[in-house]
Structures are given as C-alpha cells and as structure tokens.
Design a protein around this ligand. Structure first.
Ligand code: PLP
Length: 384
C-alpha cells in the first residue's frame, strides 16, 4: 500500500453519520440526529430550476456565479444583515461546506493555528486538519457557550500567531446565538489583532429572538462571511452556499474554488437566484415552526430534569446526560436507540465542553417529537 497524505490518514470519518447509519435499521426509530430540515424546497425555487433546464442552462456556468446571482447574493446579505458588499466580493459555492474549505485553503499555510470555540461542529476540526493546519480549541461552556472577550484575549495571548478564528452562530450544536452586545464585544477584541474571522452564519435566518448581527457588519476587512440556503430554504440536497469577503481576498477565493469544483451547476445557480430574490423570506414560516418545536422540546426536557439552555435559534437542542444515569453520552445514545428507538447524537466529538452532552436535532414534526419525548421519559424511568 502506497503512502498518502498524513493529515488524511489521521482523519476520522464523521461520527454523526456513522451513528445515524448504525441505528437506521432499528424498527420505528425516530431519528433526531442529522441537521436535515423536514420541509421541502419552496415551489418558486423548484420552478426556477425547471425553467433553467428548459432554457438549456446545461453548459459550463461562470466560475464565481452568474452576474445576476452575485448581485443577488450581495443584495440579500446587505438587506438582511446591514452589510455593504458589492457583487465582486461574492462567490457561489457548493454548500457552505465548500465555502469553509475554500476559505481555509486560501488563507492557511501548513502548521497555521486556527482557533475554534467549542462545542463546535466536528467538521471544523477535520477540515482544519485536512488543510494541514492545527485547531486550537477553546471551551466556552463556562460562559453559556458564547466566546467572551476575556476568553478570546487569553487565547490570543497564548496563540499570538493564530491565522484565523472560525465562528458559528446561531450554533450547531448548542442552539445558542450571540446577542448584538456580545458580537460587538468580541469584534472589539478581534479588531485589534491581525486575524481572519471565518464567520459561518448559515443559521442566521433561523434566529428566534430579534435580528441576527453579522460579524461582517463590525469587521468587514477581516471577515470571510459564509452563508447558504441548505437550512434557511430547506435546500440541503442542492448544495448551494455563498461567501462574501473583503475585496482583496475575493479573487483568491475564486481561484481556489475554480480548481476545487469549477463552478456551481447552472441550474442550482438559477434556483439560488430565485431563492435569494423572490424567495428571500421563505425561511419565515419554517422559523416559526422550528421555534414552536424548540419550545416543545425544552418544556418536555426540563420537566424530565435535563440540564439545557432554552433554544435561541436553529433546530438543535443541547442537553446534559444526567449524572445519576452514570453513562457517557455515547453509552446513553446507543442504549436509548436500542431500548427506546430514539436516535440522538452523543456530543463527545464536538470538542472541549461537550463531554457530558448530547444533541437533539428537532427538524422533525411535533407529533414525532412528542413521541420521542415520551420514549426518553420511559428510558429515564426504566433506569432509575
Ligand atoms: N456549517 C454548519 C455549522 C453546519 O451545521 C452545516 C451543516 O450541518 C454546514 C455548515 C454545511 O452546510 P451545507 O449543507 O450548506 O454545506
């Protein structure tokens, strides 16, 4: 067997996907594992893709996105989050996942340190390692999962040459978001350092209380803003994401994107154009429903005695495995799946601060959620 890139040899496959696959065949399983909206893509967006095909938009598309699409990306982000981007600062990517990869690949040299506040989506750690860089994990659990100015100051003092920080709020996995004051306080610290901010705001439209504050509003010259349509518009299968970046950086991001995937498929670009224009508020009814589901889950989980914060956005609920159960999250998740046919994700792989937690994705119907809660209640009763 010939050797391959060491960083790749060391990478672990996604524990989330492995667990979902392992429990998928349990009869009657209620799957609360993956962040997959249960809504269908809105009709206007699907119609735009059909029209695109009828117009034979089946040839090579422009690499960064069509002119209309890039204009629409800028207009959408500017209107929603009070920003000032022009079309040439934008890039259409294959999901936010490619946005993250292109961003990391463009700015990191082998050995660079990338700060990641945790608990975090495990893909961040994997991607940083795959890019040949080192993740510096910062546990935020003592500050309700929000990176405080003190904590980032301390981290930057210990890692003065860190190349970038990867932030994500509203957050997968915690369901927590940052208040405007918290974003301002964080930005005030980051502003004083020569560090990129990779701000993954893919869940911005799913903010429960008030308006999302983007780091790009406060740090336009340092921020690589990442967003997408997978979650806000129930478009995970289309693979569409977007980047908005400082003017000096955008051409380099586009270069990397070109040799990564050439371009986003034309029909997806046309569908995204519809989503960002006529469909720009399609997230609203979904948001209202997610909010209700989050309240339902929180009420039931609290009644059962679980320790968890009230959901502030997205569709993730982050709760502690009760100490009296004497189970690690992995043991708990496995036993719950086999005994009660409810699949949740053990959070050990989400980094420091997540060791005792598990994550519920409540992107499923309220009926199913009630049933899942009944089963969790039964599990606790059986183990008391
Ligand atoms: N960023 C975060 C924080 C996520 O949770 C996810 C998906 O779960 C993504 C990015 C990936 O988004 P996409 O499907 O657009 O690649």
């Amino acid at each position: 067997q010939l050797p391959l890139r060491q960083a790749v040899t060391e990478l672990q496959p996604s524990a989330i996907r492995a667990f979902s696959a392992a429990v998928a065949n349990i009869p009657g399983i209620i799957d609360l594992t993956v962040g997959e909206p249960d809504f269908n893509t809105p009709d206007t967006i699907k119609a735009a893709a059909v029209t695109s095909l009828e117009q034979n938009h089946t040839h090579y598309p422009p690499t960064p996105g069509t002119a209309e699409l890039r204009q629409a990306i800028a207009a959408y982000l500017n209107e929603k989050y009070d920003l000032n981007y022009t079309a040439d600062q934008t890039l259409a990517t294959s999901g936010a996942t490619e946005s993250l990869w292109v961003s990391l690949y463009t700015i990191t040299n082998p050995g660079d340190e990338i700060i990641i506040p945790t608990p975090a989506w495990p893909m961040y750690m994997s991607m940083v390692k795959a890019a040949g860089a080192f993740p510096v994990l910062v546990d935020t659990s003592s500050n309700h999962f929000v990176l405080s100015p003190e904590l980032i100051e301390q981290t930057l003092a210990e890692h003065p040459n860190a190349k970038a920080i990867m932030l994500n709020f509203p957050s997968n996995p915690t369901g927590v978001t940052y208040t405007r004051d918290e974003v301002i306080a964080l930005a005030n610290v980051l502003k004083q350092h020569a560090i990129y901010v990779i701000s993954d705001e893919i869940y911005a439209e799913l903010t429960y209380h008030g308006r999302h504050t983007s780091l790009a509003e406060l740090l336009p010259d340092q921020t690589i803003l990442i967003n997408g349509l997978s979650k806000s518009h129930a478009m995970t299968g289309w693979r569409f994401g977007m980047i908005a970046a400082p003017k000096f950086l955008a051409p380099s991001l586009i270069k990397v994107h070109q040799f990564t995937i050439t371009a986003v498929p034309y029909i997806v670009q046309d569908a995204a154009l519809a989503a960002l224009t006529v469909g720009k508020n399609e997230a609203e009814p979904m948001l209202a429903e997610y909010k209700q589901r989050g309240a339902l889950v929180h009420e039931r989980m609290q009644a059962m005695g679980f320790e968890a914060l009230a959901p502030q956005g997205v569709f993730y609920y982050f709760a502690k495995v009760p100490a009296w159960l004497k189970q690690t999250p992995s043991e708990f998740a496995l036993a719950l799946a086999h005994e009660q046919a409810v699949a949740v994700i053990a959070a050990e792989s989400f980094g420091p601060g997540a060791e005792q937690y598990f994550r519920i994705s409540y992107a499923t119907s309220q009926d199913k959620l009630q049933l899942a809660m009944d089963r969790i209640e039964q599990y606790l009763a059986d183990h008391r």
